[in-house]
Design a protein around this ligand. Structure first.
Ligand code: NAP
Ligand code: MG
Length: 399
């Protein structure tokens, strides 16, 4: 066996939970460690270790991504009441992704892994749609209140200089609910910049959608700042790259996306991006074929799979059953992180390994070696679906 590829600087490695944790170890053992002298700073974000550290490990891992510039993350459980009982937790910790995103700020880009034998369920789609999801604020960092009965709900701003602004949200006729959310000009502008940089890099036309006809101030601000960043910083660069920028209402964007042939970057506000990325991933094939990268305005990047811990498969695996869980997006999280590390460190050997591993995944699927989620969709259908281990072996032999 030839010598393993050396790495100059480490990657922040964030391990996770359940089935994805099982696959994480298998991917490292069979697809990475035999080829790369892997250097990582390891953080165990399993729910039990988050509990043991009172969740300190999550913030430490985010700081490590900022410091090292590159991170790779396994899927993690977001604790709820059922998980609190299942894992006998001391507390209900916030979503690790939300904690990490609020430290890194930035934008999440979600791109399907396209393979020609997997036909999207939207028959007009010829090229992938990439979703850019703003990762700061809106309902993910909001305050909510149950309103017990009739009365007035107001929004009040108390300026640091002592000034005050207020507006009536509603004259409540009875019991109900209220929600207050916010965003920041700086975060919106860095979202726009991240989108233009990505679109220029990938030569993709860019759409931005919101609902400024209804939300004239809030969504109106997003539209105005996005447009300002385009006009003042990116107009010439977009023209030079041969790409266009286009703003439209979110409902119009949805209609156009489903009727069009794909092949664009769709910049979405936080909630729209949450919903639309699952729509695009499912329509493009499988959740397991969606890659995800968080780009921070600091330049740091975090790669992960877009799916969760595949809980039901894990319970079957625990009983000793074989599972056909698809590790493609997890593998692409690693290749994304290794390729970025290679670029930052000037390590072309590592960069070309990352590319080879991605091609091995695509070649295996194209040759009919695939897990059950894809076997249901593939044309032609394979003779049989592989379990996770068989699929990883099928990839390994093609590296
Ligand atoms: P999930 O883990 O994404 O799985 C939902 C379903 O999608 C699975 O039951 C499976 O369908 C299919 N699926 C997802 N990934 C797959 C893969 N790699 N291969 C094959 N099939 C796959 O979502 P969930 O069950 O709603 O959530 C489970 C846990 O994950 C929760 O505790 C949640 O908090 C966490 N979560 C974490 C992240 C993250 O860390 N980024 C994101 C979302 C959810 P079939 O059962 O039909 O095979
Ligand atoms: Mg979601």
């Amino acid at each position: 066996m030839t010598a393993r590829i050396p790495m100059k600087n480490p990657i922040a490695e964030l391990d996770g939970d359940e089935m994805t944790r099982v696959l994480w170890a298998l991917v490292k053992e069979k697809l990475l460690l035999p080829y790369v002298d892997l250097k990582t700073e390891y953080y165990d974000l399993s729910l039990s270790n988050r509990d043991a550290t009172n969740d300190a490990v999550t913030a430490e891992s985010a700081q490590a991504i900022l410091r090292l510039g590159v991170g790779v993350k396994c899927a993690t459980i977001t604790a709820n009441a059922a998980r609190k009982t299942e894992y006998n937790l001391k507390a209900l910790y916030p979503s690790p992704n939300a904690t990490i995103r609020s430290i890194l700020d930035g934008t999440v880009f979600r791109k399907p892994i396209a393979v020609s034998c997997i036909r999207p369920s939207v028959s007009t789609w010829k090229k992938p749609i990439v979703i850019a999801r703003h990762a700061y604020g809106d309902i993910y960092k909001s305050a909510e209140m149950l309103i017990p009965g009739p009365g007035t709900v107001e929004l009040v701003y108390r300026g640091a200089d002592g000034s005050e602004k207020r507006t009536v949200v509603a004259e409540m006729k009875g019991r109900g609910v209220v929600l207050g959310m916010h965003n920041l000009d700086e975060s919106i502008k860095s979202f726009a910049r991240a989108c233009f940089l990505y679109a220029i890099d990938e030569k993709l036309p860019i759409w931005f959608s919101a609902k400024d006809t209804i939300s004239k101030i809030y969504d109106g601000r997003f539209k105005a700042l996005f447009n300002q960043v385009y006009e003042t910083e990116f107009k010439d660069k977009c023209a030079a790259a041969g790409i266009t920028y286009f703003y439209t209402l979110i409902d119009d964007a949805v209609a156009r996306a489903v009727k069009g042939e794909g092949g664009f970057l769709w910049a979405c506000k936080n909630y729209d991006g949450d919903v639309m990325s699952d729509m695009v991933a499912s329509a493009a094939g499988s959740l397991a074929m969606m890659t995800s990268v968080l780009k921070s305005p600091s330049g740091a990047v975090e790669y992960e799979a877009a799916h969760g811990t595949v809980q039901q498969h894990y319970y079957r695996w625990q009983k000793g059953e074989k599972t056909s869980t698809n590790p493609a997006a997890l593998i692409f999280a690693w290749t994304g992180a290794l390729a970025k590390r290679a670029e930052l460190d000037g390590n072309p050997e590592l960069g070309s390994f990352a590319k080879r591993l991605e091609q091995a995944v695509l070649a295996a699927i194209l040759a009919g070696d695939m897990t059950a989620d894809l076997a249901l969709l593939a044309v032609p259908a394979p003779a049989k679906a592989l379990d996770s281990r068989e699929f990883i072996d099928a990839v390994a032999k093609r590296i």
